[in-house]
Structures are given as C-alpha cells and as structure tokens.
Design a protein around this ligand. Structure first.
Ligand SMILES: Cc1ncc(COP(=O)(O)O)c(C=O)c1O
Length: 293
C-alpha cells in the first residue's frame, strides 16, 4: 500500500486458517502482481498448488513466513523460495527467534536482492552507477529508499538465536503432538491438522470452538485468563480494521476468515512449556468449557 498497491483479500480455509487455494484464482484480476500467503501458525500453505495458479496467471508469490521460521514444505525449509520470489520472516520478540525487532527477506532472484539492498539503505548504491564515478568515494542515490538497516547488536543476537532454532522448533513440535493427543475427539473444540506435505513450526496452537460454544467466546476467553491461562486470539480479519473499513472494504468479504475469528483462541505454546504446564492448560481449558455444556 506504501507503493499504491491495493490488497485484494482472499478467503482462508476454516479448518486451518491458511489461504484457501481453491478460491484464489477468482480473486486475481489484470492488476494482480503478487500473492502473499501467510503460513498461519507455522503450518505451511499448499505452495505447490498456489504456484501452479500463480504461473497460469503470471502472478508471483511472496511468502509471509512471520510464523514459520524453521517450518518445512516439500522436505525443504520455508525460506528456500522454491515456489516464491521472496519469503519474509519477522524477528519480533514473540516470534520463534528474535533480534529484538526486525526481520529478514530471503530471495533467489538477483534483481530483487539488489533492489532490496538499495531499498534498505536510502536508495543508495555503489554498483551499476548511472553517472561517471569521480573517485573511490563516489556513490549514487537512485531511488527513494528507507532506513531499514538492522543494527550489528541486533544481528549478533539473531545469530546466537539462529543456533537455537532447531531445538526450539523440535520442542514446539513435541508440545503440539502432546496437545493433539490430549484434545483428540474432545466435545468442545477442533484443532488444526498439519499440512501433509509440510512440517509446522507451531508458532501458535489455535483451538477452534465448536459451533455451540463460539457465541460465548468472549466470556470463555475472559474466564480462561482469570484461571491464569495466557490465551490470545489470532486474528481479527485485517479488512475489519478501521483503516480498511475507511477504505471501503466491507464485512462479509471473506466469510471463512470471519467465522475462523469467531471460533479461534490460541492456547499457550512456547518451547519451555513443561509437562506440568501442559496439564495445567488441559485442566483449566476443560474446567471452563465444561461450564458451557
Ligand atoms: C503473519 C505476520 N505477518 C507479518 C508480521 C509483521 O512482522 P513485523 O512486526 O516484524 O514487521 C507479523 C507480526 O506479528 C505477522 O504475524
């Protein structure tokens, strides 16, 4: 939107919160340049099918992998950009690994790589100069960039964090498998199935309240917090935010996203969650939900 692009939101699957690949094509028009799928909760989107649609329609893919550093698709790490032009990661403190603030863009495309370097640093370059160099000091500002440089101090933290990533993801996956077993066939909520061609990094563990409980989500959420559970909701559909409403995006645009929002609560998920913590989550969750049976 900073470059006057206009997002054309496409609906998600109710079962996973990931982009519904079967609905994407109908959202593409002659102006569409990129698709930006989010690997929601760390669970990879069906990139191969999306890529086929992208190819047929001459559209490129940028993966929003803010949730999925350390995840895999097609036996390759998310970020390998096999089916996309670029992948973005977020290293905000709540993410799997952090640099305090900041993130990274990965690409295998040299043109984008060079553009990104320039964009990061005020549009300044010392390569492919437009004018004649007048000495070793010479540089050119060729476009209007930003100051998006990460600091050395942050990258030092990031490099140290990166060495722990596999351990963190392994731990998250272990916790998710325990949750999956505990919650199988429970009467209150459904959980998200992992993409069979991928490995989720489980940034989140969302539960989806069954229909008879979803209208009580506000109360249930407050009671869970009162019981000491650090629950959260991911997310309010973006286009329902005042900024997008003011631009004319209307309620009902993506019905499954809205339904997903009505049902979704994220329960605690972080690598240091102990077996006792998991038991605590189970006990409190069932205690609160049983009151609504
Ligand atoms: C799916 C998704 N995309 C993008 C972002 C933005 O990341 P950042 O705040 O590092 O720019 C976030 C951050 O929470 C996110 O969850």
């Amino acid at each position: 939107m900073y470059l006057n692009g206009k997002p054309n939101f496409s609906d998600v699957e109710l079962s996973t919160g990931n982009l519904d690949v079967s609905k994407v094509e109908s959202r593409i028009n002659e102006k569409t340049k990129f698709m930006v799928p989010v690997h929601y909760s760390g669970n990879p989107v069906d990139l191969k099918s999306l890529y086929e649609i992208a190819e047929e329609n001459d559209v490129k893919i940028i993966e929003d992998a803010a949730h999925s550093v350390g995840a895999e698709y097609d036996s390759k790490k998310i970020g390998s950009c096999k089916y996309s032009e670029m992948t973005i990661f977020s290293f905000h403190p709540v993410k799997h690994i952090t640099t305090g603030e900041g993130g990274a863009v990965l690409t295998n495309n040299k043109e984008y790589y060079e553009k990104l370097l320039s964009f990061r640093s005020h549009g300044i370059t010392k390569e492919n100069l437009k004018g004649e160099s007048s000495g070793d000091w010479y540089y050119e500002m060729c476009e209007l960039g930003f100051n998006y440089r990460i600091t050395d101090i942050q990258t030092t933290l990031g490099i140290s964090q990166l060495s722990k990533l596999d351990r963190f993801v392994k731990k998250r996956r272990k916790i998710a498998k325990i949750y999956d077993e505990i919650f199988e066939n429970n009467p209150f909520f459904d959980t998200i199935l992992e993409n069979e061609n991928g490995k989720s990094s489980y940034h989140l563990y969302p539960i989806l309240l069954k229909d008879e409980f979803k209208n009580k989500k506000g109360e249930i959420f407050s009671k869970l917090r009162e019981e000491g559970l650090g629950v959260q909701v991911h997310y309010i559909p973006v286009y329902l935010q005042p900024y997008y409403q003011d631009l004319g995006y209307e309620k009902g645009l993506c019905p499954c996203s809205e339904e997903f929002y009505k049902k979704e609560i994220s329960i605690p998920m972080y690598p240091s969650l102990s077996n006792e913590d998991i038991e605590f989550v189970e006990e409190k969750l069932f205690k609160v939900l049983s009151q609504y049976k």
